[in-house]
Design a binder for this molecule. Structure first.
Ligand code: SF4
Ligand code: SF4
Ligand code: SF4
Length: 221
């Protein structure tokens, strides 16, 4: 069984995201999903500061492929599986009965209910089509010939999203982001998020010589 450090995780840097929604559009296009369907990857916009000094803080998010996936635990038909090889959480739509339990259990609203009465969600770009990637061979994603890099990653205009084995992504992240991830402070340690930097503030010892401010992910840290 692969150790947790080899399981794939997402990384997001709000300082590089320009809120263009290219990631969510890319996801829909690649998986052949209609424009009227709910996104597997969503971009929400949050405000920092008080009027008139307000700044838009975009946040791009999808299924986080949780280590202890609550959706997997509640599924009555075992349609949801966290792959041992790379930690990617898939939905086997042949077994899904559309009960929506996974949608209620997920703290992030990642599974979406479709017109076909079944659930679907981000599968880290395992396979095409509307399914969950459960039919893709259980070899580690980085050993598969195709689709090494998820489409939301490759089409991100600002290079704000990364995905890969946890150990590799932690090494590429800033020390501050890595520490917060390890401490479980950010979304219970399921996604590595760079602290938001305040470019207008004086140096106060945080990443890049700028001041760390509250983001939707670190609110209340
Ligand atoms: S659907 Fe939700 S609970 Fe399940 S792995 Fe994804 S983020 Fe975690
Ligand atoms: S909706 Fe489908 S995948 Fe979700 S818990 Fe029910 S059977 Fe499982
Ligand atoms: S990894 Fe693939 S399926 Fe998941 S949000 Fe990105 S493009 Fe969509």
């Amino acid at each position: 069984m692969a150790v947790e450090s080899e399981h794939w995780v997402f990384y997001f840097d709000p300082n590089r995201c320009i809120g263009c929604h290219a990631c969510s559009v890319s996801c829909k296009q690649f998986h052949g999903r209609g424009s009227d369907t709910d996104d597997w990857r969503t971009v929400t916009h949050h405000q920092k500061g008080t009027y008139p000094d307000v700044e838009d803080v975009p946040l791009s998010m999808s299924c986080m492929h949780c280590h202890d996936a609550p959706c997997e635990k509640v599924c009555p038909t075992n349609a949801i599986e966290k792959r041992e090889s790379d930690g990617i959480v898939t939905i086997n739509r042949d077994d899904c009965i559309g009960c929506k339990y996974c949608g209620w259990a997920c703290p992030f609203g990642a599974p979406v209910y479709g017109d076909d009465g079944l659930m679907s969600k981000c599968n880290m770009c395992l396979g095409r089509g509307p399914g969950g990637g459960a039919d893709v061979e259980d070899t580690p994603k980085h050993e598969l010939e195709d689709q090494v890099e998820p489409n939301c990653v490759s089409d991100c205009v600002g290079e704000a999203i990364k995905a890969g084995p946890q150990k590799e992504i932690i090494e590429e992240a800033s020390q501050a982001a890595a520490e917060r991830f390890r401490s479980g402070a950010v979304a219970n340690g399921r996604v590595i998020v760079e602290p938001l930097q305040d470019s207008t503030s004086a140096v106060d010892g945080s990443v890049g010589g700028t001041k760390e401010v509250t983001t939707p992910y670190n609110a209340g840290d």
